[in-house]
Design a protein around this ligand. Structure first.
Ligand code: GLC
Length: 539
């Protein structure tokens, strides 16, 4: 079994905001090509490219109208081929983000399906008659993007299911034809040279009657079928996005012997206190956060493998959410990175995270572009919530926080574009940008470079056994990693007050300092605000 990804680091490119090459204010594939030095310098192994397929862009490409081409907004198929080649020439791999749970309502399959109740593609989607009350939705399922998950289609008087926006109808994977079409499409991409797939909300492809989040009875069958038809023995990397997955389910899904997926993206550590909605934004406190990581470490220690992430295109910026994006921006961004990258699993870096980029800081509804945010605003304001409260919630949790252009330099559009970008550049780009960090050994960027190199060079970082220390400590995140005769101790101060990391075994005081995020300091286990250290000793 070729599990090369166990020592790899994945970097997510969200192309719309990465680099614009043609001056239309929208990032594109030639733009990604222009910035490959940044990725090689960082040392990442895999690029996960968010969707670039033709799309009406209702959900920024997660509404696909043709799976086998590139949207002119982003370039051409030839540009994508060139990107694959250029990445390969630099020893990097490309993982495509594919959306298999739903299509755009402009996909020819859906247009055909909605044409008539007798359409040969009718059962490619979920059509249902109105509920018992005439004209009512078939059931009470709510879309994750606000409102009912059912949309009445006047042409045939039936409703179709959409877990996300109404322009994103869910495919019916019960249909063997749908499954065959998907497998064929994925094989076409494999033949074109891609090295794997990130499978958008893959846990939803099998529906369960009581739950819109999926995990239906045939999920494992469908995954095994895809594995057999597409992934098997090709050395690909497959990453399933699986909101709501439990440790036990993840263990099954990533057990190599079951031939389903290599990695899953779980959501527990970015979830909120029980009962809170996303928009209430109540974070897990430190003890629960680190215990959550530890549970996943333990759960996938023997069988399966973890994914490690703080950020992606759906989450607010880590330094604003879990760190301190004011006085301690650099220290907290580097400490969050240290704890994440020193866990066992495959780490993910989302564009701009390696610069310590902050949340967008938008104050008006007109600043936002994301369909989820805009729908939410409209739904709750029309239900009576005060607009300023909703704007405050968007400021903390909107997905647009992650989607502002990458800050390459301090110039007017941050080096992202020569034109006004499709979404505003964060005003802090004058201070927070790649050009300012590239040569600065104390920068967030330099720290990410060191962390990625450490994973490649020190087997204990990639492979060592994990043990959490001080599980209930409110300020300190501490754990060990043990591989053969090498032991690492990670100690981090997740607060703005000095603290002594009183780990049980005192023998660490004069161990070798492998990596620290702050220069100087007193050494040992006394930690300044947001300081983190990785120590090494041989047993
Ligand atoms: C996933 C994507 C998200 C998208 C949704 C619907 O959660 O990461 O961006 O909106 O699926 O495709």
């Amino acid at each position: 079994m070729n599990e090369w990804w166990r020592t790899a680091v994945v970097y997510q490119v969200w192309p719309r905001s990465f680099q614009d090459s043609d001056g239309d204010g929208v990032g594109d594939l030639p733009g990604v090509l222009q910035r490959l030095d940044h990725l090689s310098d960082l040392g990442v192994d895999v690029v996960w490219l968010s969707p670039v397929f033709p799309s009406p862009q209702v959900d920024n490409g997660y509404d696909v109208s043709n799976y086998q081409d590139v949207d002119p907004l982003f370039g051409s198929l030839a540009d994508l081929d060139a990107l694959i080649q250029a990445l390969h020439a630099r020893g990097m791999r490309l993982v495509l983000d594919v959306v298999l749970n739903h299509t755009s309502d402009q996909h020819p399959w859906f247009i055909e399906s909605r044409g008539s109740r007798e359409s040969p593609k009718r059962d490619w989607y979920w059509w249902r008659a109105p509920g018992e009350v005439p004209g009512a939705e078939p059931n009470a399922w709510q879309s994750l993007f606000s409102g009912s998950a059912w949309q009445l289609d006047d042409a045939t008087g039936e409703y179709y299911l959409h877990t996300f926006a109404r322009q994103q109808p869910d495919l019916n994977w019960e249909s063997p034809q749908v499954r065959a079409a998907m497998a064929e499409m994925l094989c076409w991409w494999v033949d074109r040279g891609v090295d794997g797939f990130r499978l958008d909300v893959i846990s939803m492809i099998s529906k369960a009657p009581a739950n819109l989040l999926g995990f239906g009875p045939r999920l494992h069958d469908y995954l095994r079928e895809l594995h057999e038809a597409v992934f098997a023995e090709k050395g690909l990397l497959t990453i399933g996005e699986t909101p709501g997955i439990s440790v036990a389910q993840a263990q099954r899904m990533t057990d190599p012997a079951r031939r389903e997926l290599d990695l899953v993206l779980e959501f527990e550590h970015v979830s909120l206190d029980q009962g809170a909605t996303k928009w209430e934004a109540r974070q897990l406190g430190l003890p629960r956060l680190k215990q959550c990581f530890a549970r996943w470490q333990e759960g996938l220690a023997g069988t399966g493998w973890n994914s490690l992430y703080w950020n992606n295109h759906d989450q607010p910026r880590a330094v604003s959410r879990f760190g301190d994006d004011g006085e301690h921006r650099v220290a907290s961004a580097t400490t969050l990175a240290t704890v994440l990258h020193l866990h066992r699993g495959t780490p993910f870096v989302f564009q701009g995270e390696e610069l310590g980029m902050r949340n967008a800081g938008f104050t008006a509804l007109a600043d936002y572009r994301d369909v989820e945010s805009i729908n939410h605003y409209e739904a709750v304001v029309s239900a009576g919530q005060a607009p300023h409260e909703v704007l405050a919630a968007l400021q903390r949790m909107s997905r647009d926080n992650a989607r502002t252009p990458v800050q390459w330099d301090g110039s007017v559009h941050a080096g992202f574009s020569t034109a006004q970008p499709w979404i505003a550049v964060n005003q802090d780009h004058v201070e927070v940008n790649a050009a300012a960090q590239r040569e600065d050994p104390q920068s967030v960027l330099a720290h990410y470079r060191r962390l990625i190199a450490l994973r490649h060079d020190v087997p204990a970082v990639a492979l060592g056994e994990f043990a959490l220390l001080l599980p209930d400590h409110e300020q300190v995140w501490a754990f060990t990693r043990t591989h053969l005769d090498v032991q690492l101790l990670v100690v981090a101060n997740l607060s703005d007050r000095e603290v002594e990391a009183d780990v049980p075994d005192t023998g660490w005081a004069d161990a070798e300092l492998l990596l620290g995020n702050l220069p100087g300091g007193r050494g040992g286990l006394r930690l300044r605000p947001w300081e983190s250290r990785v120590l090494r000793r041989t047993r």
